[in-house]
Design a protein around this ligand. Sequence first.
Ligand SMILES: *[C@@H]1O[C@H](CO)[C@@H](O)[C@H](O)[C@H]1NC(C)=O
Ligand SMILES: *[C@@H]1O[C@H](CO)[C@@H](O)[C@H](O)[C@H]1NC(C)=O
Ligand SMILES: *[C@@H]1O[C@H](CO)[C@@H](O)[C@H](O)[C@H]1NC(C)=O
Ligand SMILES: *[C@@H]1O[C@H](CO)[C@@H](O)[C@H](O)[C@H]1NC(C)=O
Ligand SMILES: *[C@@H]1O[C@H](CO)[C@@H](O)[C@H](O)[C@H]1NC(C)=O
Ligand SMILES: *[C@@H]1O[C@H](CO)[C@@H](O)[C@H](O)[C@H]1NC(C)=O
Ligand SMILES: *[C@@H]1O[C@H](CO)[C@@H](O)[C@H](O)[C@H]1NC(C)=O
Ligand SMILES: *[C@@H]1O[C@H](CO)[C@@H](O)[C@H](O)[C@H]1NC(C)=O
Ligand SMILES: *[C@@H]1O[C@H](CO)[C@@H](O)[C@H](O)[C@H]1NC(C)=O
Ligand SMILES: *[C@@H]1O[C@H](CO)[C@@H](O)[C@H](O)[C@H]1NC(C)=O
Length: 733
Amino acid sequence: MAKHGALLFYHAFTILIQTISLLSKATSEDREVSIVYLGSLPHGVYSPLSHHPSILQRVIQGSSLESLLVRSYKRSFNGFAAKLTDLEREKLANMKEVVSVFPSRTYQLQTTRSWDFMGFHEKINQTATVESDVVVGVIDSGIWPESESFKDEGFGPPPKRWKGACKGGNNFTCNNKLIGARYYVAESARDGTGHGSHTASTAAGNAVKDVSFYGLAQGTARGGVPSARISAYKVCAPMCMAHNILAAFDDAIADGVDIITISIGFGFIQDLDRDAISIGAFHAMEKGILTSNSAGNNGPLGATVSSLAPWILTVAASSTDRRIIDKVVLGNGTTLVGSSVNTFILNGTSFPLVHGKDVSRNCTERRAGRCEEGCLDSDLVKGKIVLCDDYDRGNTAAYKAGALGSVLYNFRNTDDFSTIPPFAATTLNEKTYSVVMSYMNSTRDPQGTILKSEAINNPAAPLVALFSSRGPNLILPDIIKPDISAPGVQVLAAFSPDASISTTPGDNRHVQYNIMSGTSMACPHAAGVAAYVKSFHPDWSPAAIKSSIMTTAWPMNDSQSYVPTYEFAYGSGHINPVKAIDPGLVYEASKEDYIRLLCMKYDEARVRLLSGDNSTCPIGSDKGSPKDLNYPSMGAKVEPMKPFAVEFHRRVKNVGLANATYTAKIFSESKVEIKVVPEVLSFKSLNEEKTFNMTVAGSGLPYGSQVSAALVWFDGTHNVRSPIVVYTAAEHE
Ligand SMILES: *[C@@H]1O[C@H](CO)[C@@H](O)[C@H](O)[C@H]1NC(C)=O
Ligand SMILES: *[C@@H]1O[C@H](CO)[C@@H](O)[C@H](O)[C@H]1NC(C)=O
Ligand SMILES: *[C@@H]1O[C@H](CO)[C@@H](O)[C@H](O)[C@H]1NC(C)=O
Ligand SMILES: *[C@@H]1O[C@H](CO)[C@@H](O)[C@H](O)[C@H]1NC(C)=O
Ligand SMILES: *[C@@H]1O[C@H](CO)[C@@H](O)[C@H](O)[C@H]1NC(C)=O
Ligand SMILES: *[C@@H]1O[C@H](CO)[C@@H](O)[C@H](O)[C@H]1NC(C)=O
Ligand SMILES: *[C@@H]1O[C@H](CO)[C@@H](O)[C@H](O)[C@H]1NC(C)=O
Ligand SMILES: *[C@@H]1O[C@H](CO)[C@@H](O)[C@H](O)[C@H]1NC(C)=O
Ligand SMILES: *[C@@H]1O[C@H](CO)[C@@H](O)[C@H](O)[C@H]1NC(C)=O
Ligand SMILES: *[C@@H]1O[C@H](CO)[C@@H](O)[C@H](O)[C@H]1NC(C)=O
């Protein structure tokens, strides 16, 4: 698995997923680990350990049950994983006590400037005594228990209600900071890839002074809630399978974590009740636990976001004001700025520059120009810097051929793309790469050098990273996803000293702290903020915490980005930790509200299995609209080229000052007409709820259009902001 950051995780896993789809074309006699999801645990006396085999028994012929049953889920919800044939899966799916059956797919794993950038300074009021009661559950690739970020100096014993355990395997010790560990893959919960240590320390790591990555990004590395506890659940080694993800949720919920962070996703999800993360997070929500999940790294194309359930906080990745760049200096004195995290200092000021096509004996000019695997001739690249017309997967062909360094052409012009190369290397965009090419054309003996990376100020921040997956939501088109944006570009955090930092054979550098990019890095920032809110408001529901994070976000503006998609890039905007603890009003949603939403998609019998009670769905054709979920943002997909009038019904709960009067303000630059009734909400007490309706009317939106506006409830102190998005299908959808 790549250690360059989540972008390369994506590339690596694309291949794996393609491989798996080939395998699934095999004969129906082949058994595949599959999940048989039975919904909530039944009330009363229930013995899953006898029920699960008995269900399985009904469809299995001739095989021993023990060898087929992989795992039972029984602590927080009901179900099991088993090795099943296509036919057995089908039979199980038709049983009335089964919600869904689906193959256990492979999910992808998708500082310290980041907190200061958000105005969340180290000296801010953090109430250590309350914060230390908060437990953050991290479902990832494990954790490095000896890291400074997870030392327990100054920590008392775990909270009394903690029911977790330290089952990290051999040579794995927990402490009063890292209070729990479990693993579902490999031999221990120890992190072999660095990803899990990175995300855990970003959410809740200690403040560790004076860390850097080879002198880069120097400062204090810290999590959002440094006094909180961590429990690690290892599901990736390096692949993450759905049946292990569900096992981790089953345990984390029962152990008593307060917030779950999971920087893992699947390329696309077919349905909420066939997605391990949606299912796990639903049961977490039932128990008052908010799940933060990465949006995915498949941007900038639309409808790529893979975290779609409304009970999840879905997090996009954006830049901070610190950008790490790498300079190329040409022999004629021109300096060009490129992207990479290059730690190497070349011993000298000028080296020969050669183009891939000129140092290959056995490849076509085009393939050699792109420095494809096996094309470069070792004798011809020694001591030289090789230019390559391709950067995919961090292109290390020149390194393997023994070159001194390389300059890669990033044809996507994504300056927020950076990798950690195994030798002196950087990427240049179209414009800067062509300067190097014309310089090489202009002289018989082109020379140049690559400098060590440096950090510069990035005044344009925060911008959503190009790789961050975009909405709209393919399963619930009226629920805007992602929900929020948080720092996910070049984040410094704890790492596994076991892992090689560039995954390139021959690169033996090992570090305690590493710089990574991806929505994987953004997700634990949001989890850290959720834990921070929880430490101030221990009794708040997951929906209230999520609402407070969304309605206090900084408005963002995507118009300058490469492919503007506005709310579908960043949701409600950029996370603002300081404001999130005092939102004024919150949009509450209970399990019953989500059940009502599920009734719109599934029949009552299936909804009852999910809810674990006698929930009823409204009778008749009018089941309502997902738009009516009391969501903190307002989205509606409407018919193109036609008049439309959509109505949103909402209720807000007063959590600010007891005696408060809020006035509605609409921010809109479009011709769409937006009305709020009533326009004034007066509260006399805390926790009082008021309802309002909002209509959005207009006509003739062309195919593929998107109208953005915002509603803000203002009481003189609090700005309770909700984005409003009305959009149409892209043509030929
Ligand atoms: C810290 O909390 C105290 C008491 O709640 C408050 O008076 C003070 O303004 C807060 N300081 C900051 C920097 O928020
Ligand atoms: C335990 O793990 C650490 C980290 O990998 C290693 O340094 C140490 O030697 C191990 N100890 C034993 C007894 O295996
Ligand atoms: C530069 O020289 C130093 C000292 O000899 C050496 O340690 C380092 O590896 C050299 N750098 C490169 C990129 O070869
Ligand atoms: C080019 O030659 C090298 C050995 O000289 C070989 O390893 C490599 O596979 C060849 N590449 C192609 C594309 O034929
Ligand atoms: C460099 O020269 C080659 C032919 O000699 C030409 O095809 C190419 O366009 C030139 N590149 C630039 C950037 O000037
Ligand atoms: C160096 O060469 C490039 C490409 O020809 C050119 O754009 C640049 O202006 C030159 N720099 C200087 C200082 O002459
Ligand atoms: C976003 O930025 C563009 C260009 O700077 C500007 O025209 C537009 O009004 C901005 N939108 C909002 C909502 O601020
Ligand atoms: C649901 O209703 C049935 C029949 O009315 C009853 O037997 C059962 O106990 C109820 N279950 C729950 C969980 O309330
Ligand atoms: C509530 O606020 C109103 C208007 O500011 C004021 O007239 C009233 O006295 C306040 N009531 C209480 C109980 O503080
Ligand atoms: C909002 O709309 C609902 C349904 O149309 C209606 O019953 C309710 O009275 C409206 N509320 C307000 C405040 O207008």
